[in-house]
Design a protein around this ligand. Structure first.
Ligand SMILES: Nc1ncnc2c1ncn2[C@@H]1O[C@H](COP(=O)(O)OP(=O)(O)OP(=O)(O)O)[C@@H](O)[C@H]1O
Length: 369
């Protein structure tokens, strides 16, 4: 595995006409890794991608690719000199060129062009359609051509801007796994932009969660889900509910579900009010448990059922139970909390609410990095 640093964004601000859309962005990607910019619409993902590609200037900070500064305030290395490839949402293929000619476009002057095109078409499983034109292909096939065309000049970094968003559910899922396999097989480093969390997790090694122009966390999918650093990341990634509790020791919180203990320790003052994150998979059925919750809604998911539960105090939670036991709305069920990862944030208005995540002194015991 290659752990060399490839891309660094340092204290980056970028935007339009002096309007800073993205601010104070720090992000590092190792060679061979796939990173993803994830966040709600309008938070600045595409603006960041365009700054990396060299289409937008940098207002503050700098972008370094390998050992070269490619953007800083007042300097933008031209996009064609960056050796960065792009794959766009709308494929952007040349309509008058065949599949093979599209793939060959960026390397047509190279002596081994035909051989490389053949190999790339094998890689994206389109060798039998080499002589077709883009309008004779499905959306998924067109996006594969676009990927092969972007890979042909062997870019140092590939940028993919919402590459699957024109495709429908199942194809989208399949192609996103395929693209990861293709990039990994070639050792190509990439940054993907999406607002689809499932896609981000399927494709990427590291995901950055944006909120209103700021990167709230750059981490592995595992850590984003189990160890979110901010309430925004906790609620944007995966489903989750917060319930109010009181910190009774560094790693335990008293709540209406009893004492919840986890494998993280907090240095917040003991006794302070906190909000505890509970995900649907943290609540498991326990018929013998004294802790009961009322089912107020359910969604059948196939192998599992998602139940909306109400506790005696009125607080609501969600829980995923295996679907072979079918419960009805209105029924009371026994539950148990099975959360290893205790994620708490100081409750708004509490004494400790002014503590920043770093001051809260979270210590991680997770083995995932
Ligand atoms: N060419 C432009 N000129 C001025 N403002 C722009 C321009 N392009 C985008 N913006 C603004 O910059 C902000 C961030 O836009 P950006 O496209 O980076 O968001 P995004 O996170 O990629 O959103 P989406 O998921 O909807 O594509 C938005 O408020 C948008 O209106």
């Amino acid at each position: 595995m290659n752990h060399e640093l490839l891309l660094s964004l340092r204290n980056l601000s970028c935007g339009y006409q002096e309007q800073h859309v993205v601010q104070g962005l720090n992000l590092h990607l190792n060679a061979g890794d796939i990173g993803c910019l994830l966040g709600p619409s309008g938070c600045g993902k595409t603006t960041t991608l365009r700054a990396i590609a060299g289409f937008e200037p940098v207002l503050e900070g700098e972008i370094q690719l390998a050992d070269q500064i490619i953007s800083r305030a007042g300097f933008t290395l031209a996009p064609e000199k960056r050796r960065i490839g792009m794959v766009f949402q709308d494929y952007a293929l040349f309509p008058h060129l065949t599949v093979a000619e599209n793939v060959a476009f960026g390397i047509r002057k190279q002596p081994n062009c035909d051989k490389q095109v053949g190999e790339l078409l094998e890689l994206v499983k389109l060798h039998q359609l080499a002589q077709r034109y883009p309008h004779e292909l499905s959306g998924g096939q067109q996006q594969r051509v676009s990927l092969a065309r972007a890979l042909a000049p062997e870019p140092r970094l590939l940028l993919l801007d919402e590459p699957f968003s024109n495709l429908d559910g199942e194809l989208r899922r399949r192609l996103s796994h395929e693209v990861r396999d293709i990039l990994k097989a070639r050792g190509t480093s990439a940054i993907l932009v999406t607002h689809d969390q499932e896609e981000a997790f399927a494709v990427s090694d590291h995901v950055g969660v944006f909120n209103a122009g700021r990167l709230e966390q750059w981490d592995t999918p595992f850590n984003l889900y189990h160890e979110p650093l901010t309430p925004f990341v906790a609620s944007f990634v995966g489903q989750g509910y917060f319930i109010r509790g009181q910190l009774v020791s560094a790693d335990a919180v008293q709540t209406e579900l009893g004492v919840i203990r986890g494998n993280r320790a907090y240095t917040l003052p003991q006794g302070c009010a906190v909000d505890v994150l509970l995900r649907p998979d943290d609540i498991v059925p326990a018929p013998e448990s004294e802790l009961k919750a009322r089912i107020i809604g359910k969604t059948f998911l196939g192998a599992a059922t998602l139940y909306r539960l109400q506790l005696p105090t009125g607080s609501q939670l969600e829980a995923i139970f295996p679907s072979h036991a079918d419960h009805l709305p209105g029924q009371d069920v026994g539950i148990r909390v099975a959360a290893d990862h205790l994620v708490v944030f100081p409750a708004p208005g509490s004494v400790a609410a002014h503590f920043s995540p770093s001051e809260s002194g979270v210590r991680r015991f997770s083995s995932a990095v």
